[in-house]
Design a protein. Structure first.
Length: 189
């Protein structure tokens, strides 16, 4: 299956990448590359200090502390996975509020692997169809989500995938949803 990112131009759009130490390296680097190659601006937002380090050693500078970040300044949100990253983010009240604000503003959100934990904490998955790393299935079902085992799932601006193996399809859909902009069905209860 071909995944054509070049069909979408997101010049002028800014995507917040919310993560902290322990993220899955490729779940930051591949979507980041897809966003920037499609003309978008990627901004790393984190509760961490000056930089974050992935579980495989990729290090990247933090552009903005999550405590000072405002969803109004962004067109979309990207949530990479990685167990340690996802577990720490869901315990950070600023990160949870920042995430929830994208749903309140009907903006696209991409999430992969364990990244969906913060969506449960933000109370934005009830009635939404999404996928994740298989171990989150029960957590998502208990939070009211409709969990499916598919490469990439799109539900009104919410793009989700399971693992790094799904990144080609995920990145193409993320860029497409950022290009489409706000979705009325992308909302917080």
């Amino acid at each position: 299956m071909a995944h054509d990112i070049s069909a979408h131009d997101i010049t002028g759009k800014t995507v917040a990448f919310l993560l902290t130490d322990g993220y899955e390296d490729s779940e930051l680097t591949e979507p980041w590359k897809a966003v920037t190659e499609a003309g978008g601006t990627a901004v790393l937002v984190s509760p961490a200090g000056a930089s974050v380090e992935g579980k495989k050693g990729h290090s990247q500078s933090v552009d903005q502390p999550v405590s000072q970040a405002d969803a109004d300044d962004f067109d979309a949100l990207m949530l990479p996975g990685g167990v340690v990253n996802a577990d720490h983010l869901r315990m950070d009240t600023d990160a949870v509020a920042f995430t929830r604000a994208f749903f309140e503003q009907h903006k696209p959100v991409g999430v992969i692997c364990h990244g969906a934990w913060i969506l449960i904490e933000a109370d934005v998955v009830k009635g939404r169809e999404l996928t994740s790393y298989p171990s989150l299935r029960t957590d998502l079902l208990n939070a009211g989500a409709e969990w499916v085992d598919e490469e990439v799932v799109v539900d009104a601006g919410l793009v989700s995938s399971r693992t790094p193996d799904d990144l080609p399809a995920f990145c193409a859909k993320l860029v497409e949803e950022v290009d489409e902009g706000e979705h009325a069905g992308q909302t917080a209860p």
